[in-house]
Design a protein around this ligand. Sequence first.
Ligand code: ZN
Length: 103
Amino acid sequence: MIIFGSKATQVASETINEKCASCGTPNSIQMTVFQKYAHVFWIPSFPMGKTSITQCSHCKQVLEKKEFSRNLNTNYEILKSKSKTPIWTLKDNKSRHQLNFSF
Ligand SMILES: [Zn+2]
């Protein structure tokens, strides 16, 4: 039996100049960009593109990439272009994260 899956590692995180859509607090949005990897038997094999979430530091509302407004998508493109795709080595265990949205 071969086990496939995907994991994600954080490649960038920045507070962006954006008002929270939920509580209206300015400059409260923390945007995090993840690099997704496919893995086979939990050994990362190839990068699968990036994704992102935002969280408001005030009301803790989390938005996933698919829920981003146009402004958030613009910020995402900027942050993504600044973040490099890390070369994933087996020594990199500490920076490995499961992508999960339950903060
Ligand atoms: Zn908020």
